[in-house]
Design a protein around this ligand. Structure first.
Ligand code: SAM
Length: 211
């Protein structure tokens, strides 16, 4: 994701009704924010948010929260949401490492990681969103029977994740190294990165993990 400062991004985010401004204040009561008792699913590193917005459109009885750490990227998601407003989606500008202070234990029903930054150098492995360190964060907020779904076209990151996720005490419930030609493709919603990389001919990998 290209990062550059966009003038006015901070102000637009601070004023947006779709951004949870003080997420810690909702810890344990995010359903009140939505005004219903529906389950909450989050995408960590949502980018421009198309995947989550399409899910929100298709599933009005599910609440969605998109997590993104960069204002310039979050602004793009907000602009897209303005084109077609949805009652069951909010965004947060937050780093994934802080999620356990934002959501209460078991408050999240499903976690999506899509095309997470690969951080190819070994010394940066802890920054990968499928590292044991991040899996321990997700462990603190995900419902007991909840699942984490991860998609990427980066085979090295995928193969590494098939090892790093079990290292944190999780189980890989299902996986494919060619999602679009597998029986896991049913109901697949493409992300921005997925469209781009699959158009280039890259196979898409997907895994589903649970504890
Ligand atoms: N999920 C989108 C997709 O598939 O089109 C965007 C993928 S993009 C490669 C990864 C996104 O994750 C970037 O927008 C980046 O800023 C965000 N990100 C990376 N590390 C993060 C972290 N620790 N916390 C929150 N967001 C993060």
């Amino acid at each position: 994701m290209r990062l550059r400062h966009i003038r006015g991004a901070e102000e637009a985010i601070a004023e947006s009704p779709y951004v949870v401004q003080e997420p810690e204040a909702y810890r344990g009561r995010f359903q009140e924010l939505f005004g219903n008792g529906n389950p909450i699913r989050i995408e960590v590193g949502m980018g421009k948010g198309r995947f989550l917005m399409e899910h929100a459109r298709q599933n009005p009885a599910v609440n969605y929260i998109g997590i993104e750490r960069y204002s310039s990227v979050l602004l793009r998601a907000l602009q897209k949401l303005e084109e077609g407003k949805l009652p069951n989606i909010y965004f947060m500008r937050t780093d994934a490492k802080d999620l356990a202070g934002i959501f209460a234990p078991e408050e999240v029903e499903r976690i999506y990681l899509n095309f997470s930054d690969p951080w190819p150098k070994d010394r940066h492995a802890k920054r990968r969103l499928t590292s044991p360190e991040f899996m321990r964060v997700y462990d603190q907020i995900l419902a007991k029977d909840g699942v984490l779904e991860f998609k990427t076209d980066n085979r090295e990151l995928f193969v590494w994740s098939l090892m790093s996720i079990p290292q944190a005490g999780w189980q890989i419930r299902a996986y494919t190294e060619d999602l679009h030609h597998s029986d896991m493709a049913d109901g697949n919603v493409m992300t921005e990165y997925e469209e781009k990389f699959s158009a280039m001919g890259n196979p898409i990998c997907k895994l589903v993990a649970a504890r």
